[in-house]
Ligand binder design. Structure first.
Ligand code: UGA
Length: 436
């Protein structure tokens, strides 16, 4: 067993729980602290707060080995030499990042009266946050005992555990080189570049990474619109440009746009931060605009084929913001559904992992009169169109001749370009993708 005790604040959130389970698997005694009593109760009943491939096995194994424990009491972290802050940093209405949970985490750490503790910030925080925390520590005469390190995470939902084991890089930023090296030493596989730098650089690397990924997606979506006009196929164009190693093939899939709890939030925050410095983030704002437009365009495709959507029966396949997750936070499906409802469409939803309105975490009156179906076939029955919003691989295994026969009008609008238009056409299905 490893000799270091690690603490996690926000230990039952997406970042915190993966971090906790993987640290325990590495052999560190890991204490995951979270204020949420409900999640705490459930994890002891073996119910995870979210689904993530490979996570449950790690948690079960490491709890049994007594390397991983959960607590709702911050005092349990008093023996931790290293504490990760993994709390939520959602934006305020103004666009400014809400750092209240980060500050409250720091207060909890200060109240532990720790000696020689390193605090690694995993949450995505605006540039300058680590420096503010260091200043607070200095004002409380704790700057010698507690060192702050910015250690952004680059895990993607749905592959978070795999991403933990195979990082593309490890970034640690601090004004204490020793503390930064300590955090980097916790898990930096050989051959993986380690960047030891200032906390400002580390914080900005995180925002710029997500903003760049979002930019690639909006770029390809803009080219996709051009393809539709010019009779080209974005999938071929995307492959053709991505094979240039300077461009790369990843994140060049056109569709209904990016969504989820990270890319959009971080892009908005970066825009807000740039504007605070009186900069004009023209490109970043366009990336957001294109993404918004992409969501509207997908509904326009339905209208172009069906006319007015009032009383039209639409099956929506996919609520999660991407496959292999049950996360609906900031999913593009929500605004698209609202748009459909505002036009009077009658909507039936299917998602293999999101099966009820409660799971979406949004009030029922926000999405009124939606029906839920346990199967994609059930959702498609007697519908005027299917709208695909999440690229669940299970949809590829379906019998589309059967689907054609059970629909009242065989139209598929595919916001994820999952299928071959010619094959669909040969089955008698009108198939509209994005940029094809
Ligand atoms: C993103 C980043 O990819 C991670 O590196 C980062 O650590 C994470 O945010 C975070 O900040 O925590 P994630 O939000 O889990 O990860 O999801 P992505 O895989 O980035 O997908 C985001 C959205 O973009 C999804 O809606 C997806 O469908 C869409 N997308 C992705 C496309 O529309 N086209 C693509 O080519 C790729």
């Amino acid at each position: 067993m490893n000799n270091i005790t690690a603490g996690i604040i926000g230990g039952l959130g997406h970042i915190g729980l993966i971090q906790a389970a993987c640290l325990a698997e590495l052999g560190y005694v890991t204490i995951a602290y979270d204020k949420d009593q409900n999640k705490f109760k459930k994890i002891h009943e073996k119910i995870l707060p979210f689904q993530e491939p490979g996570l449950e096995e790690l948690i079960t194994k490491n709890m049994a080995k007594k390397r991983l424990s959960f607590t709702t009491n911050p005092e349990s972290l008093s023996q931790a030499e290293l504490i990760y802050i993994c709390v939520n940093t959602s934006p305020l209405a103004s666009g400014e990042t809400n750092l209240s949970q980060v500050f409250s985490a720091l207060n909890e750490i200060m109240e532990l009266s720790p000696k020689k503790t390193t605090v690694a910030i995993k949450s995505t925080v605006p540039v300058g946050t680590a420096a503010i925390l260091t200043k607070i520590l200095a004002e409380n005469n704790l700057a010698e005992d507690i060192k702050i390190v910015s250690n952004p995470e680059f895990l993607s939902e749905g592959s978070g555990v795999t991403d933990f084991w195979h990082p593309t890089r490890v970034v640690v930023g601090s004004d204490s080189r020793k503390a930064a090296e300590f955090v980097a030493s916790i898990y930096s596989p050989p051959q993986v570049p380690v960047i030891i730098t200032s906390s400002e650089n580390a914080e900005l690397i995180k925002y710029a990474s997500n903003a760049f990924l979002a930019t690639k997606i909006s770029f390809i979506n803009e080219i996709a619109r051009f393809c539709e006009r010019a009779g080209a196929d974005i999938r071929v164009v995307s492959k053709g440009i991505g094979l240039d190693p300077r461009i790369g093939t990843d994140f060049l899939e056109a569709g209904a746009g990016f969504s989820g709890p990270c890319l959009e939030k971080d892009l908005k925050s970066l825009i807000f931060q740039a504007e605070m410095y009186h900069e004009k983030p023209i490109l970043l704002k366009s990336v957001l605009d294109i993404n918004e437009q992409q969501r509207k365009n997908i509904v326009k495709k339905l209208e172009n084929s069906l006319g007015r959507l009032e009383r039209k029966k639409i099956a929506v396949w996919g609520m999660a913001f991407k496959p292999e997750t049950d996360d609906v936070r900031s999913s593009h499906s929500l605004p698209i559904l609202k748009h459909l409802l505002s036009m009077g469409a009658l909507v039936t939803v299917h998602d293999p992992w999101v099966r009820s309105p409660e799971q979406t975490g949004i009030a029922e009156n926000e999405l009124p009169e939606i029906s839920w179906s346990a199967s994609p076939y059930g959702a498609a029955e007697n519908k005027d169109a299917i709208l695909i919003l999440t690229a669940w691989s299970d949809y590829r295994k379906l019998d589309f001749s059967k689907i054609k026969n059970i629909m009242s009008n065989p139209l598929i609008v595919d916001g994820r370009n999952m299928f071959d238009p010619e094959k669909m056409q040969s089955l008698g299905i009108k198939y509209l993708g994005v940029g094809i």
